[in-house]
Each structure stands twice: as structure tokens, then as C-alpha cells.
Ligand binder design. Sequence first.
Ligand SMILES: NC(=O)c1ccc[n+]([C@@H]2O[C@H](COP(=O)([O-])OP(=O)(O)OC[C@H]3O[C@@H](n4cnc5c(N)ncnc54)[C@H](OP(=O)(O)O)[C@@H]3O)[C@@H](O)[C@H]2O)c1
Length: 297
Amino acid sequence: MPRITVTGATGHLGTLVIEELLRRRVPPQDLRATVRRVEKAAHWQEKGIDVRPGDFNDPDALKHAFAGTERLLVISTDAVGQRIDQHRNAVMAAREAGVKHIAYTSLVDQGAGESDSILAKEHRATEVIVRESGIPYTILRNTFYAEYLLAPVVQALDRGVCASSVGDAKMGGAARLDMAAAAAAVLIEPGHENKIYEITYPRAWDYREAVEIVSRVSGRHLEYKPVSPEELTQILQGAGVPAETARMIVGMEAPLRAGHLSKVTPDLERMLDRPVTSLEQIARQMLAETQVQTPEP
Ligand SMILES: NC(=O)c1ccc[n+]([C@@H]2O[C@H](COP(=O)([O-])OP(=O)(O)OC[C@H]3O[C@@H](n4cnc5c(N)ncnc54)[C@H](OP(=O)(O)O)[C@@H]3O)[C@@H](O)[C@H]2O)c1
């Protein structure tokens, strides 16, 4: 019977967690992947991993999905607005299935502005459900993926100017791969029971530094242009971005502007069995994926 179960196993993070568990020599027969659509997980079955359906809207399926497992990683779904009920279903099913240890991917502590954010509200409510379940738990409070935060910087290469309304705001974004590695560590190592980790890059960085890194790694000119939210809206619309999308992009920068993602801790660095992936390595990887030629490191 598989010892370790990972939900969201066809998503980006779930895929990386399973790859990391295999890299750390967990035998495939010790692993179970739960997914919404089994046909999307044929690659896991081919590796000898047990695949079970586990839609978080279906409590009966979840009970079957988690039966017999000892350690469970619940990866938060992307259904913002429905997640408290979905996550409650998963935690209750885990309890009924007799799971011995539950880990949950939450959201980094955003400080004073936290109560404004629906993301934070859903994650904090889920944390309470997890803690009150009585199952030994680990909360992995992930910060934002550096890949998401760096995307507008990489996309700005074609224009040579990266305009942003976040100014000099600090952020602790880290590689998604590293967050997956931290989750995998929790699933296979002892000593993580009843702990809450704030999973961040080990030091704060800002867009000025990100622009310098992306420019250097790509070998292309890129300058940083801090602007107001209103100016950014105008710049985006002037570049043909529809008004609604422009408003959305500027809105997405709001938590950064307010410094809500500035938290940094040594937790991630301590949990990995290798150095944290550097911003430069992340940028290099992103440029490779977008086919931008880069000079040799
Ligand atoms: N830290 C960050 O910057 C950041 C950014 C975005 C999201 N997140 C959060 O972290 C989670 C994992 O990130 P990711 O990169 O792996 O995102 P992702 O690739 O979008 O994966 C989302 C996962 O949630 C699964 N899912 C959605 N609805 C479900 C349901 N009803 N029942 C069971 N599973 C369901 C999806 O299943 P399918 O494969 O079937 O679609 C997918 O596996 C996200 O879901 C979100 O909660 C964090």
C-alpha cells in the first residue's frame, strides 16, 4: 500500500513534488498520486505510481483516494472562492482514512494587510481546519513563485524597459521547484510534525535587482522604470493591452506595492538538501523556456 499521497499530481507543483520524491529514492510503489482526471496521469501510472481519482468536490472519492496512506500532501486547489469547502473535504477524508500526517500548502504570512486578501482568508481558514483535525500536521506557507514575479521582467525584454508600479518594494519569491523540494522533505523526513514553515527566498529582492539579473543573463539591454499605478495603466493601454486586462495587471501588483510579500525566513534554505535555486538560475531557466538566447554562464 503506498505510504505517501500527493494531491494535485497533474498540476505544476504536484508534478515537481513527485519528481523530487523519486529523485530522493522513494520507490514508485510507495507513492500515490490523486488527480481530478486519471487520464491526465498516465505518465505516473507508467512509472508504477498508484493513481486514484480525488476531486476535492467529491468527499467519497477522496476517502477512497486517501485510504491506507500514512503521509498526505494536500496541495491547495486553484478554485479561489470555493477552497475552504474543498480543503475541508480533503482534511475530513484524510481523518476518516486514518492518515498519520497531513501537510498543506498555504500562503506566506502577509503581515498587517493580510485580512484584505481572499487568498489569505482561504488559506488561514484551511490551516484552522487542518490543525483542528487532530492529525499531526505541517503547514507549508509558500510565498509567491519567483517565476510569477519575474515573468513581467522577462516579458519586458522585447521593449527594453520594465515599467512597474511596485517601486522598490521587497519580495521573497522563491523557485517553485524549491517549494516542491521542501514539501517532499516534509513527506519523507521525521521531525516536521506540528510545525508551520514560512517558505521564502532566504533574502528579500526587488524589481531593480530582477531587471539587472534578467538583463545580464539575457545579454540584452533592460532598464527599470518605476511608475505610478495610473501611469502603468496608461503605458499598458498605450501598448494595446485591453483596459480590463491593464486594470487586472496593475491590481495584481497591489500586494507587492504594499509590501505584503516581503517576508523572508531561513526555513526553505534549512529544509533543502542542496542550495536554494538562485534568482539568476530561475531567470536563466525562464529565458531558456521562452527561447531567448543567453550567453554561457
Ligand atoms: N505560491 C504561488 O505563487 C502560487 C501561485 C499560483 C497558485 N498557487 C497555489 O498553489 C497551488 C499549486 O500550484 P501549482 O503551480 O501546482 O498550480 P496549478 O498548476 O494550477 O495546479 C493546480 C492544481 O489544483 C488541482 N485542482 C483544481 N481543482 C481541483 C479539485 N476540485 N479537486 C482536486 N484538485 C483540483 C488541479 O488539478 P488539474 O491538474 O486536474 O487541473 C491542479 O493539479 C495552486 O493550486 C494554488 O492554490 C500558488
